[in-house]
Ligand binder design. Structure first.
Ligand code: MV4
Length: 464
């Protein structure tokens, strides 16, 4: 077989040891991908995670600081030192923590290591929601009506922008995202006060008072498109997911594909995402978030990290997204073209959280008994074992239950079985709540939007 010629961009991006700068289930997931690629995985931990069982499978497991994440999982200098001490050639940030921190990506690369993710400049562009929207409009990605520039300062000009868009509008902080720093304005009388409040919040929370304005969509679904890109100008999209089932901006259930979306409706959107990736020189994995209402897609944000819900796309596409992300970081050209991407069947993911199923308060403690479901089309991504101590310091995700089946109805039935076969004792989990949700008829019909879960919870509380 002829060797693929080496691209100059690949020079200096090869590595053998990956430092995982994260914890929990995603540390386990990344370690598996490293092992499958013949790479050595090392990881950092905090004092709270020192005894975590997954630490034993890492070639090194270095404690970089106390339980408080600000002093450990977010401690950039300590992480770079750990990389040097363990001989790592690359850093995988996982999700959360430093995964979308452009300064960290830059510091990693300046230290002569490979950041497993896009360039610091791509991260910075997408972190600035106005810059992101401008890049997307330039690439032909459909966006929410509203200017791709910061709002002016004078009240009369702001008023004109709102009238042009038409009420209701939403004010968003350019430095925000993920539901932080935004305010809905139903009518003109409330506009100036909303601007003043959001600007002050933005200044405090994001260090920038920059705001933008959009049409407020009242009943959209949250649909996202997964992309995979290399350093050589190749990009593919791997289908779509529906993540509408969320509470307080925390996703609870995700599925692929989004139900009821005709291929000819989503196809041009996927192609526009791929074109945007080429235009901005995007590398690795990324997600384009859209609101979907009355048959149309509206871009809202791009996530420049590996996402929690990537497994549902792995199940339908048959691809290993984490391996592909690592290979892209090494400078390898994609080994698949768009025509090779064929999504099949339907997949659901349930986030199993250590929390009270009624109050949603976190539940810490020792897992005294654990039984996980198994069988065809069932996957569990987790770091927990019987005897594992769930600490109160980090987010409450302890496992992801993922199923795959030929149809959506069969996948739902499989999830019901899988949930019934999951036994976790010693701490409270949201499993009872997930089981009730998978019995819901509107959910079964795919008739839900971003407000559905919170309404469902409200009804359930009043019924109880
Ligand atoms: C919106 C919107 C309605 N109209 N933008 C919330 C998180 C952030 N990513 C953007 N968000 C929203 N932006 C316009 N123009 C409604 C939301 C929104 C939302 C979006 C996705 C998933 C859940 C949500 C829950 C509440 C509000």
């Amino acid at each position: 077989m002829p060797e693929t010629p080496e691209h100059p961009a690949a020079a200096g991006r090869r590595f053998e040891t990956v430092l995982i700068a994260n914890r929990g289930e995603i540390a386990v997931r990344i370690e598996r991908a490293c092992r499958d690629l013949g790479l050595t995985a090392v990881a950092i931990c905090s004092e709270a995670d020192k005894e975590a069982p997954y630490g034993k499978t890492m070639a090194s497991f270095l404690c970089v600081g106390p339980s408080n994440a600000a002093k450990s999982y977010l401690n950039q200098d300590a992480i770079l030192l750990a990389a040097r001490l363990t001989g790592a050639g690359a850093v995988h940030p996982g999700y959360g923590f430093l995964s979308e921190n452009a300064a960290f990506a830059d510091a990693v690369e300046k230290a002569g290591l490979v950041f497993i993710g896009p360039t610091a400049s791509s991260i910075a562009t997408m972190g600035d929601k106005i810059a992101a929207k401008r890049a997307m409009m330039a690439a032909g990605v459909p966006c929410v009506p509203g200017p791709d520039t910061a709002l002016p300062d004078d009240p009369a000009s702001i008023e004109r922008v709102a009238l042009e868009i038409g009420y209701p509008v939403i004010i968003k902080a350019s430095g925000g995202g993920g539901g932080r720093g935004m305010r809905v304005v139903p009518e003109a009388g409330q506009l100036q006060e909303a601007i003043a409040l959001t600007r002050e919040e933005a200044r405090k929370a994001f260090g920038s008072p920059s705001l933008y304005m959009e049409k407020f969509l009242e009943h959209p679904r949250h649909i996202e498109i997964q992309v995979l890109c290399d350093d050589h100008g190749n990009a593919v999209w791997l289908g779509h997911r529906d993540c509408s089932m969320q509470r307080r901006h925390q996703k609870v259930v995700e599925e692929a594909p989004a139900p009821g979306i005709a291929p000819d409706i989503i196809q041009p959107v996927g192609m526009a995402c791929v074109e945007a990736c080429r235009q901005i020189g995007y590398r690795g994995v990324g997600t384009f978030e859209f609101l979907y209402e009355n048959g149309a897609f509206y871009f809202i944000e791009m996530n420049t990290r590996l996402q929690v819900e990537h497994p549902v796309t792995e199940m339908t596409s048959g691809l290993d997204i984490v391996q592909a992300q690592i290979k892209a970081a090494q400078g390898h050209a994609l080994d698949l073209a768009q025509g090779d991407v064929a999504c099949e069947g339907h997949s659901f993911e349930c986030r199993i959280n250590a929390e009270d199923p009624d109050t949603f308060l976190p539940s810490a403690g020792v897992i005294t008994h654990l039984a996980l479901p198994q069988g065809p089309g069932i996957r569990v991504d987790t770091h927990i074992r019987a005897g594992y101590k769930v600490s109160p310091y980090y987010d409450s995700l302890i496992a992801k239950l993922i199923v795959h089946a030929p149809t959506r109805a069969k996948a739902m039935a499989r999830m019901c079985e899988a949930l019934a076969g999951t036994e976790i004792e010693g701490i409270a989990t949201n499993i009872p709540f997930l089981r009730a949700l998978f019995e819901d008829h509107a959910f079964a019909r795919g008739e839900t939007d971003i407000h559905y879960l919170e309404q469902w919870l409200k009804l359930r509380r009043t019924a109880a």
